[in-house]
Design a protein around this ligand. Structure first.
Ligand code: FEO
Length: 618
């Protein structure tokens, strides 16, 4: 008996669920099953998007027949040839011999590899940006190589504003009667499975996913129809924002994932003690026994958490088998951009730590703590300090809030802790101005839109900046919004010295200017806003300019850099001066003021922050 669901007035879900599959792709456990989605568009022409796995072929064929309601099937769009979506193509051809198969050249090649039928008699080849009109609807074809195979194509229905996204935005788990993500508590019940699906299926191909996200950003999308999991018709950003993080290998949560492999419980003991010490510092922790938890879940967790600890016993002079499989799996899935710590164990020749370091050390932006903890058989009292030192080193990445006492129901300090200001979410911008023939710029972090009609923004500028004086005089400026790709030297170029003495644009190449004649940055920025000052409010050390936006344009889809991102990923960590000198280091830019004391009115000569932003060198 058919089981179909209405997606829109002329789009019908004709897929099916499989709860008996032991291992998806022969590797990944799917205890909650999986759905194979296929969609039938009933326009003047009928169009089927992909088929299903052979396990659910009967239900699928019944569904297609019902949804067609006696009509013939005109087109089958094949977006992905992996057999969980293509297995029923040969049978479909037999049932609907007049069908045209709409696909790219790579799909054609793969279909010929997998199946033996005369596809040439049916094929309608398409390329990037080709369109197919089916009556009311126009389908646009978007190539998405390596998301998840090289032949993958997505389809955008510009009439209904639907993206048929192939494997992208998919999820493990059967649909259980629902079809839309908004019918379930996706964040609570399915996001972990969406992450496990992403990280294990396409995690390796972050660059390619980013490229498709870029293409998709140019489309007006109101609905996403993936090949597995739920259809997205509301709050699309919930899943798209996750894909933006995952594709860039950015952690979702700051905290520590500890994975251990322990034969007799001693390595586990060390992992548990470490977790306790981290929790004592208020740091979130999760622990997995790699011999018990399926690797796909741990790979998924590694994509979620910012810090990873691997604790493994030595086995056959190598890494314990389950841990070795996990470490290789993580490297194969291109894990990057993580802080890692390693605990090794061994009764006569511990080697697992060095071997783990060797494998993960080849991954991009994996920062491994220098000091492993090395255990001989079992952790002894004298070595607990090594675990505590590891917790301390990890904890250094998680600055404790001054008001942490509040979390323990203690009295909160009745003071102003300037560090609390860092909790505010700021972007970072290059503010530029022009006075006569002089161009100048500086870094600011306070740009805010305040009205829509007309669009007005405020900028806060330190009076010590030459750019400030130029804006006060000319009333014109540009804000170039820095992206996460901005390297540290951009901040040095515009932030760490005065334009009164130097030409900050020296060597910057072609002078790009907006209509107001002011220069802007086209590289490492994602957008430019030109402002005309309407009001200037004296705020003491700073002037708050209120300006009307006269010109604004986007330059890229790269994410805007935030203050936090800058500190975590761009700004080099301050290095103490050589020779045990005494002094104070600027937490903002790393400038070191040598000496026993720091005057209260001290201003950092580099970034212009005050004494409150300095800390004593230890
Ligand atoms: Fe669901 Fe890549 O196939």
């Amino acid at each position: 008996m058919y089981c179909i669901k209405k997606v829109t007035d002329d789009l019908i879900w004709v897929g099916a669920n499989d709860r008996r599959l032991a291992l998806f792709e022969g590797v990944y456990s799917v205890p909650a099953g999986v759905s194979y989605n296929s969609y039938l568009l009933t326009d003047e022409k009928t169009v089927l998007f992909d088929t299903v796995d052979k396990a659910v072929r009967q239900r699928f064929l019944e569904n297609v027949e019902k949804a067609l309601n006696g009509r013939k099937l005109d087109y089958l769009v094949v977006q992905h040839v992996e057999p969980d979506h293509s297995a029923v193509i040969p049978e479909l051809i037999r049932q609907y011999p007049g069908i045209k198969i709409v696909c790219g050249a790579r799909v054609l090649e793969f279909i010929k590899q997998f199946y033996d039928f005369d596809i040439d008699a049916h094929v309608h080849l398409v390329e990037e940006n080709d369109t197919l009109n089916t009556g009311k609807h126009t389908l646009h074809f978007v190539m998405a190589p390596m998301v998840h195979w090289p032949e993958v194509m997505m389809t955008y229905d510009s009439t209904a504003k639907i993206l048929f996204s192939a494997d992208a935005f998919g999820c493990f788990g059967a649909l259980n009667g629902a079809l839309f993500a908004d019918e379930v508590d996706f964040a609570k019940d399915y996001m972990d499975e969406a992450r496990r699906y992403y990280s294990n299926i396409v995690g390796k191909y972050g660059v390619q996913v980013e490229s498709v996200l870029d293409k998709a950003s140019a489309l007006d999308i109101e609905m996403i129809c993936p090949l597995h999991g739920f259809v997205w018709r509301t709050n699309l950003s919930e899943i798209v924002s996750k894909y933006m993080l995952w594709s860039r290998y950015e952690p979702e949560e700051r905290g520590v994932m500890i994975a251990y492999a322990s034969v007799y419980g001693n390595t586990e003991n060390a992992a548990e003690i470490l977790a306790c010490r981290l929790r004592d510092k208020g740091i979130k922790t999760v622990i997995f026994d790699v011999s018990v938890t399926p690797a796909s879940e741990i790979v998924s967790a590694a994509f979620k958490w910012s810090h990873l600890v691997f604790a493994s016993t030595t086995y056959n002079a190598g890494i314990f088998v389950t841990m070795e499989a996990l470490i290789n799996d993580l490297a194969a899935h291109n894990i990057q951009n993580r802080r890692v710590a390693i605990i090794e164990n061994g009764s006569w020749a511990p080697t697992s730590g060095g071997l783990i370091r060797e494998i993960l050390g080849k991954c991009e932006k994996i920062n491994i703590l220098e000091n492993n903890v090395s255990i001989l058989s079992g952790l002894k009292k004298a070595q607990v300090s090594d675990i505590e030192a590891m917790a301390q080193a990890i904890g250094a990445d998680f600055p404790a809030p001054a008001g942490a006492a509040a979390q323990n129901n203690q009295t909160v300090p009745n003071t102003v802790d300037p560090n609390t200001m860092f909790k505010l979410s700021y972007g970072l911008f290059v503010l530029t101005a022009r006075d006569g023939n002089k161009d100048n710029g500086c870094i600011i972090n306070t740009v805010m839109q305040i009205t829509v009609t007309p669009i007005k923004i405020t900028i806060g500028v330190n009076k010590a900046n030459y750019t400030h004086d130029m804006i006060l005089k000319t009333g014109k400026f540009n804000v170039s919004v820095l992206s996460e790709k901005a390297p540290f030297h951009v901040f040095q170029q515009f932030g760490f010295h005065s334009g009164k003495d130097t030409d900050k644009f020296a060597g910057s190449g072609e002078a790009l200017r907006t209509e107001n004649g002011v220069r802007y940055l086209s590289e490492w920025t994602n957008g430019v806003i030109s402002g005309e000052v309407k009001e200037a409010i004296d705020c003491g050390t700073h002037t708050l300019f209120i300006a009307e936006v006269k010109q604004a344009f986007s330059l890229s889809r790269d994410a805007s850099v935030t203050y936090q991102y800058y500190f975590d990923n761009i700004k080099p960590k301050p290095q103490p001066p050589k020779g045990n000198k005494k002094g104070f280091v600027c937490k903002i830019c790393g400038y070191v003021h040598e000496g026993d004391t720091l005057p209260d009115d001290f201003i950092c000569p580099l970034c212009k922050h005050g004494a409150a932003d300095f800390e004593k060198l230890q």
